[in-house]
Design a protein. Structure first.
Length: 98
């Protein structure tokens, strides 16, 4: 029985390493990137929410992690987690002239 376990041990270790590098590590990197994005937000930034609303930040509230945004329709209070990192980054990226 110990021969079966010792022959499978390298395979199990390899699976754990692959799991770590392809599942856990990218998730941690994404969380860190989102945390930095959320802390770097400031009044006047243009954002896009996950539901597709284009807006400008009017107020940030650190107590309850909300912000007040202004759209063409008026002002809305939303959770900061509703702001799309990917879409907002593309919106605020410098334009490359051709």
């Amino acid at each position: 029985m110990s021969e079966g376990l010792s022959s499978q041990l390298p395979f199990l270790l390899l699976m754990l390493v692959v799991f770590f590098f392809f599942i856990i590590l990218p998730g941690q990197r994404k969380q860190k990137k989102e945390k930095n994005f959320m802390s770097a937000m400031k009044k006047g930034d243009r954002i896009i929410t996950k539901s597709g609303l284009h807006a400008k930040i009017m107020e940030l509230n650190d107590k309850d992690n909300t912000c007040v945004i202004e759209t063409l329709a008026g002002k809305l209070k939303i959770e900061r987690s509703a702001i799309s990192l990917e879409m907002s980054s593309k919106l605020n990226a410098p334009q490359i002239k051709k």
